[in-house]
Design a protein around this ligand. Sequence first.
Ligand SMILES: Nc1nc2c(ncn2[C@@H]2O[C@H](COP(=O)(O)OP(=O)(O)OP(=O)(O)O)[C@@H](O)[C@H]2O)c(=O)[nH]1
Length: 119
Amino acid sequence: MFTNTTCERFYYLVDAVVYLVDAADKERFAESKKELDGLLSDDSLANVPFLVLGNKIDIPIAASEEELRYYLGLSNFTTGKGNVNLSDSNVRPLEVFMCSIVRKMGYGEGFKWMSQYIK
Ligand SMILES: Nc1nc2c(ncn2[C@@H]2O[C@H](COP(=O)(O)OP(=O)(O)OP(=O)(O)O)[C@@H](O)[C@H]2O)c(=O)[nH]1
């Protein structure tokens, strides 16, 4: 089992972060935001791309992408889908993609987006 302390020792090896959120569990969005904020403010992850996946969109009550951005406090921080060159900036790549892992949909676009930022 990794404790937070154990994980922190390995952060310098991290090429990217994939943060999976259950988009159908709105009651836990505040908890998800808190955890995500902790990672986003960690100095050792400052230049690491973040892919936020909103999972379980096959469930009708799942949040929309816009709602998820809002509840996670990311509305003004996402950097754009497609090919966005951020290499000349100090901006950390961060995007939200919605997916359903059981239906095998959505996450491929996210991983493709993320791969352009992995050196
Ligand atoms: N409907 C649906 N179910 C999914 C999807 N992905 C995973 N699951 C199901 O979610 C269950 C696993 O629960 P998770 O939500 O991953 O929760 P967990 O991390 O085990 O536990 P929690 O911390 O309580 O959320 C399994 O039954 C999976 O089959 C999806 O895209 N759609």
